[in-house]
Ligand binder design. Structure first.
Ligand SMILES: Cc1ncc(COP(=O)(O)O)c(C=O)c1O
Length: 388
């Protein structure tokens, strides 16, 4: 045992897809045309209006720290966005600009989770959140979910699994990896259940904006007593800028400010100035145009995977992922992904990156690439499945 390494490191999991990525890079270096459907970020560049606003600020040379909670004008724009998009009024003092949704989670858990406390979350889900709970000395209790609840936690799950050490429940809608939404009614029931039990409710809304058939409900439309995590990464196309936001219940404002000052002082200044342009009409027009393209890609991929024989019990309504069951072809989806990459140069993410429930039968396909490239990927996948 390594004596200088903190013991918690052994409890933090890493991504299996990293092994695939490493191999994909090697294959590319050998001249192979790898089609990337494993990547969880938009292939579109950051909208030029946002880039221009960031550059304009950089050219002033005044790239100093901002207040820890973020530029007041950006906090106001985010608050205004809730009014415009959802008709919800949010006090801007509750909004903190953070280094991505990842930074928002660290703050949210830092101000609320005690050592040994437990956070309820769905299996499958985005894996970093349970690692964050571990980092703070707590843990995640993942609850197996399936298509019957849209791969989302329900109030019934929350009540059933709640114990005296439970701190709260986390819901991500649309979900990564399933792209499915929680209904407005179920979200309301979940928030009500957690508030009645005296816990904290965390709503990861990072894929809001990337919803194709209906509208996603923000938890802020239901209660002020929730943590809402969001980001400029996905809908706004700013993954590398490292900027997102957190909305906290009023009683957490002071503690959140203190923690932000201590952990990172402030979010990147040029990214905050860039994000000021994110809500401009011309930026939103461009983003809506991209959303329409994502919807077309979703339909294309969904139809093709079904016709190849993958099972997808509910059509995903948001994000840019399809979580498909490959049990017709294999009982080891990780090996399937490795072999597919090797044989046909198509990269996808194995289910075991998102939990353990049925993970060996699941694969996540990201439609963060063009229909033209996906069409080639589907031909390759067809050939791979039907190889002699
Ligand atoms: C569900 C979910 N939450 C949070 C994050 C973190 O995003 P970021 O820190 O880039 O804002 C991701 C990234 O893929 C995600 O899929």
């Amino acid at each position: 045992m390594h004596k200088r390494l903190a013991t918690r490191n052994s409890e933090i999991s890493s991504f299996y897809v990293m092994e695939l990525l490493r191999r994909a890079k090697q294959l590319e270096a050998q001249g192979k045309d790898v089609i990337h459907m494993e990547i969880g970020e938009p292939d579109f560049p950051t909208p030029p209006t946002i880039v221009a606003a960031g550059i304009k600020h950089l050219l002033t040379g005044e790239v100093k720290y901002t207040p820890a909670a973020g530029l007041p004008e950006l906090r106001k724009k985010i608050a205004d966005f809730y009014q415009q998009r959802y008709g919800v009024s949010v006090d801007q003092q509750r909004i903190f600009v953070t280094p991505g949704a990842s930074g928002a989670f660290l703050l949210a858990l830092g101000v609320s989770l005690n050592p040994k406390e437990v956070l309820l979350m769905a299996d499958p889900c985005y894996p970093c959140n349970s690692n964050f709970a571990t980092l703070f000395g707590g843990s995640a209790k993942t609850i197996a979910v399936d298509s019957s609840s849209g791969y989302q936690l329900t109030a019934r799950h929350i009540k059933e699994h709640w114990t005296p050490v439970t701190k709260g429940a986390l819901i991500a809608s649309p979900s990564n990896p399933t792209g499915t939404l929680i209904t407005h009614e179920e979200l309301e029931l979940c928030i009500h259940a957690v508030n009645t039990l005296g816990g904290c409710f965390y709503s990861d809304e990072i894929y809001h904006g990337l919803v194709y058939d209906s509208n996603a409900t923000t938890a802020l439309a239901i209660s002020d007593n929730v943590f809402v995590i969001n980001s400029f990464s996905k809908y706004f196309g700013m993954t590398g800028w490292r900027i997102g936001w957190l909305c906290v219940p009023e009683e957490f404002i002071e503690a959140t400010e203190k923690l932000a000052q201590n952990i990172y002082i402030a979010t990147s200044t040029q990214s905050q100035y860039a994000a000021l342009a994110a809500f401009d009409d011309n930026t939103l027009t461009e983003l809506e145009n991209r959303r329409a393209q994502f919807a077309e890609r979703r339909d294309f991929l969904y139809d093709n995977l079904l016709s190849l024989g993958f099972e997808i019990p509910i059509k995903p309504e948001g994000a840019f992922y399809i979580y498909a069951n490959c049990k017709k072809f294999t009982d080891d989806s990780y090996q399937f992904a490795l072999d597919l990459l090797e044989a046909e140069a198509v990269a996808i993410t194995p289910g075991k990156d998102f939990g353990s429930h049925e993970a060996h039968h699941m694969l996540r396909f990201a439609y963060t690439t063009s229909i033209t490239k996906m069409a080639i990927a589907m031909q390759r996948l067809d050939r791979f499945i039907n190889r002699a």
